[in-house]
Design a protein around this ligand. Sequence first.
Ligand SMILES: Nc1ncnc2c1ncn2[C@@H]1O[C@H](COP(=O)(O)OP(=O)(O)OP(=O)(O)O)[C@@H](O)[C@H]1O
Length: 240
Amino acid sequence: MINVKDLHKSFDATEVLRGISLNVKEKEVVCIIGPSGSGKSTLLRCLNLLEEVTSGDVLIAGENLTDSRVNINEVRSRVGMVFQHFNLFPHMTVLENITLGPKKIKGIKKREAEDAALPLLAKVGLGDKANVYPDSLSGGQKQRVAIARSLAMNPQIMLFDEPTSALDPELVGDVLSVIKDLAREGMTMVVVTHEMGFAREVGDRVIFMDEGIVMEENTPDKIFGEPDNSRTKEFLSKVL
Ligand SMILES: Nc1ncnc2c1ncn2[C@@H]1O[C@H](COP(=O)(O)OP(=O)(O)OP(=O)(O)O)[C@@H](O)[C@H]1O
């Protein structure tokens, strides 16, 4: 579903991704861990064209995102992304936030978009919040709205960039449980996370990135039990 080949990404003279290759199969959950600044967010952003690739290939379901004919809106509909900061529009209700993309980008009629949005809100445990404004929600609730908003575009793939890092500890569990439900339903997902317990429990594979390269890719049990790479070992000894 996702095939990344020798991906390089530079910002001016700084090479942040230095030759990443990565394959994610349909329904697979891949968790990416690694120190701050190792390029995890940049990699994720290259997977839905939030960043332009410097060189290499990124294929999503066979379509090469480096092809200049690619339709950015169409790619972003297929590849949903949830950020650390929820980026909801404060002047719109929860329902308006969720239906904006389907209406504006997909041309779906208001009524139809709302009918599709309400079950998604129920799915993330916020069935009673359709008509409130984001300000009245907790961080965890806002993040669950952001997940519903991405799902409303009916994506084939979901990318999560540290979805719980901005949350108070007591709010993390509800957000992770929504992501776990998606994993159980067979959503293909790439999750950048500092939640090692989550990566171990939910990831089919875990990737350890450092200094813009994939240092190790392994099953959760292996990477958290007996990592092959000394840098992985060193990192995990600090965070576990
Ligand atoms: N738009 C940009 N312009 C210049 N440098 C950038 C830009 N975006 C990221 N970088 C740099 O790229 C490097 C990797 O950043 P990135 O956010 O991908 O790392 P990360 O592993 O996700 O870190 P964290 O865990 O702290 O979020 C950092 O040194 C960062 O300063």
